[in-house]
Every structure is written in C-alpha cells, then in structure tokens.
Design a protein around this ligand. Structure first.
Ligand SMILES: [Zn+2]
Length: 380
C-alpha cells in the first residue's frame, strides 16, 4: 500500500502543477486582454471617440486595483470636460463591480456624488454624500461638497452642520464660513421682520467670528430698524474703519442714516478724519463723490492735495469735476475740464473696482462671496 502511495505522489504533484500552470496562463491572458483593452480604449479617447472608448472600458468583465484607478481617472476626466453623463456611467459601473477595495469603493462613490453635483442634481449628490458620512467614509471630501450643495440650496442650517462636521474631521477653521451662514439666516429673518431671531443669529455669528464686518453691517441695519440712527451710524462707521472697501456697499445706508441725525457734513467730517489716518483711496474717492453729489462748499484744495498723494484716477476725475463746477461758467475752463473729465472717464470705464483673489473674476460691486468661484471673503 505504501508503495502505491509512493507511486501516486509524483502523479499528484504533476496534476497540481498543471492546474497551477493553467491558472497562471489564464491570469496572464486576462492581464494581456485587460492591457489590450486599456490601450484600445485610450486610443479611442485620443481619437476623440469617447463613446467607443466607454464601450471598451465598461464591457470588460474583470477589474483589478490598477484598472479601478484608471476608471476613476477616466470618469473624472469626463466630468472635468463637462461630459457629466459619461462620468456618471463610468463611476456607476465602477460602484457596481465586486471585488473593489474599500478605499476604491469610497473613492468611486465620492466621484459619483461629484458627478451629480456637477450636473446640478443636488438632491442626488446630497444623498450620496450623506450616505458616506453616515457610514463614516470619505467624510472630509463629502463634508466639503455638501457644504457647497447647501450653499447653493441656501439651506444655511445644514451648511453650518456640515461645516462643523468638516472642522471635526479636518481640524480646519471654518468659523468665517459659519459666521456668514448665521448672517444669511439673520438676513432672512430681518426681511421677514423677526427681529428677536435676527439678534439671536447675530450673536451666533459673533461667537464664530468676533471681528466680522458683516455682523457690524447687520447690527447697523438692526439699530436703524429700531429707530436708533446714531447707534446704526456708529456700526457702519466701524465697519468702514475696519474695511474701507465696504463704502460702496454702505453708500445709501450711510447717507440715509446721517440725514436722520443731521447734515451730510457730519459724515464728511468722519471721512476726513478717517482719510487723514488711513490715506485709503476708497475713502478719498467717496469723499470727493459726496462733495460733488451734495455740493459741499470748500475743501477742494485739501482734496486736490490728497489726490496728488494717491494714485486714484477716480478721485482725480472727481476733483476735475469740482473744479469745473467752480469755474463760474468760464467757457475756456469748462471746455478744458470737460476734456479732462472725458479722458479720465474712458480710462475708468476700462477698469473694474473689485476682483476675486481666488479665481480672478472682476466685478464693479463689493460682494461677500465671489459669484464665480463661490468663495467667501475673496473679493477685494
Ligand atoms: Zn472667485
């Protein structure tokens, strides 16, 4: 019996070896096929035949970790080119595959959510990201995109919630965003006339960001609503002292509030003092504009000296217009100042007042959030 076993051992070894050889050959053949398919698919992509490329990629029965990465890149590339339908097909196919590593499954789901977001299907995107957060997967990216979704939906409560979630997972400081969201809530309640809620939200915003100028503006609006213009003006003035870019945004508020208290000269006095302290050109430009709009007498020489020290073409144009007003209908002077005014106006028309320092978008009005890239506090 032992002899028989001894004879059978080589046979068993031979059989095992042949099975292993067959498996190896099959795996090699699959790898070759996979590699051939990748090359074929990429060739279709390079020759601008994306649908044929998709057919090749998506019809392949097997997928390994390397091809999963390729699929992710492919889908992201389609999304980057604005071809969201194709991106969705790739990522959906990937999610449906068995045998993916957990990280790849999460990456595929995140990409799938991003596709919906890019397609403007915010509810679908929200569902994907919420599910990921519920399972404690891909939290950082999911929180970031969810925040953008809630900003678009103007669901500020949820935007606050996910910002806190992002802070928890990344350790990043989101307090400025959170303060803006509370300000948005305060603005909504202000418009609805729920003053006690406005006060609550302002306090919450201050807790998040003590130095928020937007909160100062809201506090000024609130004091005005309570018929306390002196307090309102103080808040607006404080906001301008902190950030002179806000002058344009606050223009009508400043004038109306000052008029409730007294003469427009009151506002000019404040601005003159602030200008002497800061030498800020936005303040100079506004001061010149007020002189023109309200026909304030005197002070042109001082303004002209300030213009000399600054590089503001807008303030120079204002002074030229003031000189024109002062020229007592002297035809020659009126013509000369008129010509200067015209040339300066053409120069000013080519310029924009504000620019987003994140994406470079240019605009004429100050905004808390860039309308192009949707970043907060990037307009200057
Ligand atoms: Zn921007």
């Amino acid at each position: 019996m032992q002899e028989l076993l001894f004879l059978l051992l080589p046979l068993a070894f031979l059989s095992g070896w042949q099975t292993a050889k067959k498996r190896y050959k099959k795996a090699q053949s699959q790898k070759r096929q996979l590699s051939d398919n990748l090359v074929k698919g990429i060739n279709f992509l390079l020759s601008e035949q994306p649908d044929k490329a998709l057919e090749v990629f998506l019809s392949h029965p097997e997928i390994d970790e390397y091809t999963a990465e390729t699929y992710l890149l492919l889908g992201n590339m389609f999304r980057g080119r604005g071809e969201v339908d194709r991106a969705l097909r790739v990522h959906q196919n990937l999610i449906g595959r068995s045998g993916l590593a957990k990280e790849q499954k999460v990456a595929a789901l995140l990409a799938y959510g991003e596709d919906f977001f890019a397609a403007g299907m915010l509810d679908r995107a929200e569902g994907v990201f919420q599910e990921l957060i519920k399972n404690n997967e891909g939290d950082v990216q999911a929180c970031g995109t969810l925040r953008s979704i809630y900003e678009q939906l103007q669901d500020w409560d949820k935007a606050i919630e996910v910002s806190l979630c992002a802070e928890k997972h990344t350790g990043d400081d989101h307090s400025r965003f959170i303060a803006h969201y509370y300000c948005e809530l305060a603005k909504q309640e202000f418009e609805a006339g729920n003053i006690h809620l406005v006060e609550d939200y302002i306090q919450q915003a201050l807790k998040s960001h003590k130095q928020s100028n937007r909160v100062l503006v809201l506090q000024g609006d609130l004091e005005n609503r309570k018929n306390k213009p002196t307090l309102a003006l103080k808040k607006y003035q404080k906001a301008i002292s902190n950030d002179p870019r806000l002058i344009g945004l606050l223009d009508s508020r400043l004038i109306e509030t000052t008029k409730k208290i007294g003469d427009i000269e009151l506002l000019c006095d404040y601005l003159r003092k602030l200008l002497a302290k800061t030498k800020d050109e936005k303040i100079l430009e506004y001061l010149v504009e007020l002189n023109l709009r309200f026909g304030i007498d005197g002070g042109i020489t001082e303004l002209a000296n300030d213009v000399r020290e600054s590089s503001s073409v807008k303030a120079l144009q204002g002074v030229v217009r003031l000189w024109k007003q002062e020229s007592n209908d002297d035809g020659l002077l009126v013509d000369r100042y008129g010509l200067l005014d015209q040339v300066l106006e053409q120069h000013i028309q080519k310029q924009t007042e504000f620019q987003c320092h994140h994406c470079g978008y240019k605009m004429n009005d100050f905004m808390w959030r860039c309308p192009a890239c949707h970043y907060w506090d990037t307009v200057s």
